[in-house]
Ligand binder design. Structure first.
Ligand SMILES: [Mg+2]
Length: 278
């Protein structure tokens, strides 16, 4: 038995084959948005905050309709008291939930691109943000026109109209209430609001992005905060913001509006954090 053990010890375990020097694997692409997409898609809290916004807007709408001097558009000037009322909503992440598109990008390991986004829009299967169809339908029944002012391409209006109609949104029988980004000319949302105020009094506005409310030319973070502060009294009264932690101009500002690759964007986000802030 002892001799057997010694023989085993001498033979030893088979030597491992020499390991080829490994080629350094590239670092994994940071998927910074995974937590945000998980929150939007799985949390009951995301539903609750959307319902909070649209329910609160109901009381604001009644105030707005009863006060002909009330407007929610910085572009509204002159004698507008007799004009029919309108609500302006953004589309993406304000009334339609595109988190499935974000999930696809996460799983495929790539970011936003026009081709995959266009395919998602053409599917027309986005679900409504909770509370949005009920609020806007109730507003429409009170005689309010709803305008969908979106930076989706104008060529995507018909696919979006079908999606909105299928989700029970008003003013989606044709594309006359969908003011999407034109291929040329003034492509700002302010330009489209200036169109609306010719014929309507804009009483409330909804968005998930600062630029859904006020125009800005690549403002940095401090300038963005100043833009919010300049209209403190309007938030929750005339302007209603939906949360979008998945993407937006808040992140563009962190990136200096540069749209870098994922590792560079990740580094910029880390750099932007401030652990000393009280
Ligand atoms: Mg949006």
């Amino acid at each position: 038995m002892l001799r057997y053990a010694i023989v085993l010890a001498l033979v030893g375990c088979p030597r491992p084959a020499p390991v080829e020097p490994a080629v350094a694997a590239p670092p994994p692409t940071p998927q910074d948005d995974v937590l945000a997409v998980t929150w939007v898609q799985t949390s009951a809290e995301a539903d609750a905050v959307a319902l909070t916004v649209f329910h609160a807007a109901g009381a604001a709408l009644d105030l707005a309709l009863g006060d002909p001097t009330w407007t929610a558009a910085l572009e509204q000037e002159g004698a507008f008291g007799e004009l029919p009322p309108a609500i302006v909503v953004d589309v993406d992440e304000t009334v339609l939930d595109n988190s499935p598109y974000q999930v696809r990008n996460l799983l495929d390991g790539h970011g936003f691109d026009k081709a995959s986004w266009g395919a998602w829009v053409d599917e027309g299967r986005a679900l409504a943000v909770p509370g949005a169809p009920a609020f806007l339908s109730a507003a429409a029944e009170k005689g309010v026109d709803v305008f969908y002012v979106s930076n989706r391409d104008a060529s995507q209006a018909e696919a979006t109209r079908g999606n909105l109609a299928a989700q029970g949104f008003p003013d989606a029988e044709d594309t006359s209430h969908l003011l999407f980004r034109p291929a040329e000319g003034d492509r700002t949302k302010a330009a489209r609001r200036r169109q609306i105020v010719q014929t309507h009094r804009i009483v409330l506005m909804f968005g998930d992005n600062l630029f859904d409310f006020v125009e800005g030319d690549k403002p940095d973070r401090a300038a963005r905060e100043a833009m919010v502060a300049a209209h403190t009294d309007w938030w929750g009264a005339r302007w209603f913001m939906l949360p979008n932690p998945m993407y937006g101009s808040w992140d563009d500002a962190v990136q200096g509006y540069a749209h870098p690759d994922a590792p560079t964007a990740h580094a910029a986000r880390i750099e932007a954090l401030d652990g000393s802030r009280p």
